[in-house]
Design a protein around this ligand. Structure first.
Ligand code: K1U
Ligand code: ZN
Length: 169
């Protein structure tokens, strides 16, 4: 297994739209294992392939307290969203140390393949519902800061670029 490099905002590759997985091959399974390891090592509750510069529709998640129940969603599709929405605080491994409120549906139903190619339907609530919507945005090239005001987004962009410049010296 290997740790993968996570792209940091405002890297333009984070705005790439991912394409569906055509066939689950050994390389796909290795990528998934490495994404799970990278998510745990980074203390994240989710990770989208986009964030590790692989532009395929794959996400991994684990919202359990025990951190031992990874979920794998290949070619996920939201098939139902609860009409009620709530604003909650979000973070992102691609935007370290930055948190802000984003409005999301309180429940979603998602259809996806698992890593053995099996079809799964998930009725997600609470943190899992938020996390799935956040990760599915990544697959569409969208980062949570895109929901914030231009003023806030520009401040975050400036802060991130400054940090990246400092870390490269
Ligand atoms: O996509 C990612 O970068 C992972 C992201 C997922 C996420 C967190 C919070 C709300 C929505 C989606 C993270 O895991 S950031 C890590 C983090 O700060 C966090 C961890 C657990 C709960 C809340 C935040
Ligand atoms: Zn994220």
């Amino acid at each position: 297994m290997a740790l993968l490099n996570i792209l940091c905002y405002p890297d333009p590759r984070l705005h790439t739209v991912a394409t569906p997985v055509k066939e689950i091959v050994n390389e796909t399974l290795t990528l998934i294992e490495n994404m799970i390891e990278t998510m745990y090592e980074s203390n994240g509750i989710g990770l989208a392939a986009t964030q590790v510069d692989v532009h395929q529709r794959i996400i991994v998640l684990d919202v359990s307290d025990e951190r031992n129940s990874p979920m794998v969603l290949i070619n996920p599709e939201i098939i139902w969203t609860h009409p009620d929405r709530v604003k909650g605080e979000e973070g992102c491994l691609s935007v370290p140390n930055t948190y802000d409120g984003v409005e999301r549906s309180i429940e979603v139903k998602v259809k996806a393949m698992g890593k053995a190619g099996e079809l799964q339907e998930i009725h997600a609530k609470e943190l899992l519902a938020v996390c799935i919507q956040h990760e599915m945005d990544h697959l569409l090239g969208k980062v949570f800061v895109d929901y914030l005001s231009p003023l806030k987004r520009n401040r975050i962009k400036t802060k991130m670029l400054k940090l990246q410049r400092e870390n490269s010296h």
